[in-house]
Design a protein around this ligand. Structure first.
Ligand SMILES: [Zn+2]
Length: 238
């Protein structure tokens, strides 16, 4: 995917409906210019590269360079909403041992329990990469988990690799967006689509504003509501 790809996505509905000659794109171009004045919301993210010798499924072999490449694309996807995710830190987080009683719990609960609370940043979104879980990713109790081995159904105009899309999709859930099964959009399950509609952009910006980085003047965040109460568990595929 590239920037023109996003512009194409923004124009797609207009072009398909109107089958317009090039001159008809002018209103869209104006709209894009006016959207550019929307303030960009910068949301800090702590990225956890989960490590575990005892549990190979939890141990990612991804690198910091992978994370920076992925978030470059995540930010292209979310530029539709003028939301930008700034990496606060990339940490290697050692997974906690699983107690026998947790072993019997559902995967979401078990995986989240293995991420030590002390490693989490309370003023950022926390995104944890692991090697293998059943879904491509999930959002549960305030934590985003994405598997390194994610795979997606390719759709026209979709993003060119799974991890930025799965990460962006789970961030969508963290911003309280629900599924919308339209194949080519970001909140469809298991596809490479990445478009957002106006309602999703508005809703996501409202939640993202609660997480935005304090201003350089040191102004405190006045409404940094924890998102730990919200969960979107995917039994299939993300
Ligand atoms: Zn989902």
């Amino acid at each position: 995917m590239n920037l023109p790809g996003i512009f194409r996505a923004r124009c797609a509905v207009f072009l398909f409906i109107a089958s317009a000659p090039c001159g008809m794109c002018e209103p869209v171009a104006n709209a894009v210019r006016s959207e550019a004045k929307t303030p960009v919301i910068i949301v800090p993210v702590r990225v956890h590269l989960v490590q575990s010798k005892a549990t190979p499924a939890m141990h990612t072999t991804m690198t910091e360079a992978d994370v920076r490449r992925i978030f470059g694309k995540v930010n292209m996807v979310w530029s539709q909403a003028d939301i930008s995710f700034e990496i606060e830190s990339i940490v290697r987080t050692e997974a906690a041992a699983v107690s026998p009683e947790l072993d019997a719990k559902e995967e979401f609960t078990r995986v989240i329990a293995m991420i030590p609370k002390a490693s989490l940043c309370t003023t950022a979104l926390n995104v944890c990469y692991v090697k293998e879980v059943k879904p491509n990713g999930f959002f549960h109790r305030g934590l985003i988990v994405v598997k390194e081995t994610a795979s997606l159904q390719t759709v026209e105009g979709g993003i060119d690799e799974p991890l930025p899309r799965v990460t962006s999709h789970e961030i969508g859930h963290a911003l309280r967006l629900a599924h919308r099964q339209d194949r080519t959009n970001l909140m469809a399950s298991g596809t490479t689509g990445f478009s957002l509609n106006d309602a999703e952009i508005k809703a996501a910006r409202e939640i993202a504003a609660k997480f935005q980085k304090p201003t350089s003047s040191g102004a405190a965040q006045t409404d940094s509501t924890p998102i730990s109460e919200i969960s979107f568990n995917h039994s299939n595929p993300e």
